[in-house]
Design a protein around this ligand. Sequence first.
Ligand code: GLA
Ligand code: ZN
Length: 689
Amino acid sequence: MKDIYPPINGKAPVLLHGGDYNPDQWTPDVWAEDMRLMKLAHCNAMSVGIFAWAALEPAEGRFTFDWLDRIMDMLAENGAYAVLATPSGARPAWLARTYPEVLRVRANRQRNLFGQRHNHCLTSPVYRQKTYTINAKLAERYGNHPALLVWHLSNEYSGECHCDMCRAAFRAWLQARYGTLDALNHAWWTAFWSHTYSDWGEIDPPSEMGETSVHGLNLDWKRFITDQTTDFMRNEIAALRTYAPDVPVTTNMMGTFPGLNYWKMAPHLDVVSWDSYPRWHKPGPDGAIDDIGLASEVAFVHDINRSLKGGRPFMLMESVPSATNWMDAAKVKRPGMHALSSLQAVAHGSDTVQYFQWRKSRGSAEKFHGAVVDHVGHENTRVFRDVADVGTKLEKLADIVGTTVRPDVAIIYDWENAWAMNDAQGPRRGDKGYLDACKRHYRAFWDRGVPVDVIDMDQDFTKYKLLVAPMLYMVRPGVDERIAAFVRAGGTLVTTYWSGIVDQNDLVFLGGWPGGKLREVLGIWAEEIDALYPGEANHIVPDEDNVLCLSGPYAAHDYCDLVHVEDAEVLATYGQDFYAGRPALTMNHYGEGEAYYLATNGDDRFLSDLYAALCADLNVLRSLRADLPRGVSAQLRSDGERTFAFVMNFNAQPASLDLGTASYTDLLTGEVLTGVVELGVYDVKVLTA
Ligand code: GLA
Ligand code: ZN
């Protein structure tokens, strides 16, 4: 059966290629040259207007669209499209001077001066009105323009504001959430340190000058910031919809940026997009370049973006064609890496490859940031040739537009869980290693070419065979029942130490961890948890004849949960310390399914062996029927009938891959491949059967 999404915009049923384009920084003679170069670079989509407010409304109520009219027309004349931005990411000086309320107030209650970008109040009626007005004007003017493809809302929404209006909005948000102060005082456990509130007006957002110890407050403030940002964004969308109801909207997100819960924003967008800036080419401990671990981490984030709308292709809105100037070392991409990293995004579900930036800025903070067109101004550069090469490759992949993957495996990475866990004091300071744990579990699948969805705990679990929930510290209402139903119906659950600890208010579950139904599903009770010092290790010693055929022993770090088995079977025990011999890995048969509990943070080899066994037992979907050499990744896209397996070599050395008797065509070269195939350094092949 066909399983395919429509293109982002039916006008352009192709993979999009282009980048942030700032003609407002340049003169018209340069624009003409840009058009010539865009064609040479095989670019077809330019993101325009991102920080162009001052150029579009140089004085209050005086609009100057002529330059943008010309750019939109030039794009259309040259067969290209516009990803047209709303300008709210930065405001003109006149706006800040006339209406100081639009500027952000910091947690210390000091109002920012005019400057920077992303420096606006989320609540200010003036800022919302001004944004609405200019967005509506853009929509009215360009809503039917042949070049318009998608709206790019603002830029990288982020940050918070502590002005009087935002604080009042927060209190109103709390009133709507809790109804009564009693309910809020209970949820926030305010009897602690005499923090009971007797009036809504006494509540202030967290601040170093005031409250930071009430975890419920911290958590709700973060939720409020996401909601208020989303509300701000919806006001922007409403303005666009007045004149351009059918043009899709997106906003460029930032991966696992902790400041916003993207799962709350995604439903309001037609397509998800994100900005990816990996630090490629870092030397490993032995001094040799090692991109493999990072490649898996980037894949994890791509998979979040694909999962945010249930598998719908996303947009790689920004990436760098060469060096990212703000990094410790602005490394250039080594030959081959540009195509590899670009096609990796496509492999995981992106229907675009876009850059920051098209033409390198001449002045200010980003004048040394990588760009397609360098200060030299012509096309005879290595970077330009690399970009043009990606453009020609994307043209060969038009058949994959709208295709996706339907994995059998999901990993839960949940923003609220991260917020709550990292705010806690204990079982270690600061970052608890949650994101890292999710990425390490993910790596075991990436190594074997097993596609994975990365979801939050509110998503549907029933479509998966294997649900992996590392450190599921927070369990929101109903999640434990849904997990129980999933396992009862035959699903396999893997969860770990430090799961089932608090509810949605960050209040600890009483009566034994893991709380709610999880204890019954897992068949264990976790009595206490030992935190290990950095470098300290225990061991996981598998029982002989364990059902997973694990041999071990494996090193274990960071946390050792001391659990009692209730219904579960013990598959492995601790090797050392006073708890040697107590359970380190358990499995419980529950209904038709199985629930595994990893009481400690096993090393990579442990996770690899564990998931190798589970993937084989459960016969999960693989991207390619082949054993992948280390550093070679495979990722599937399919239209439900035809399959496209991206094979990517992240090694700085060649690798060879045995395809066995199967025969494939590489869409990039047209070559027919079977048996052992050689992969060059950073090579990519797109295999179709
Ligand atoms: C972000 C922004 C861009 C640009 C790049 C530079 O992603 O959205 O405007 O500043 O960083 O890497
Ligand atoms: Zn504010």
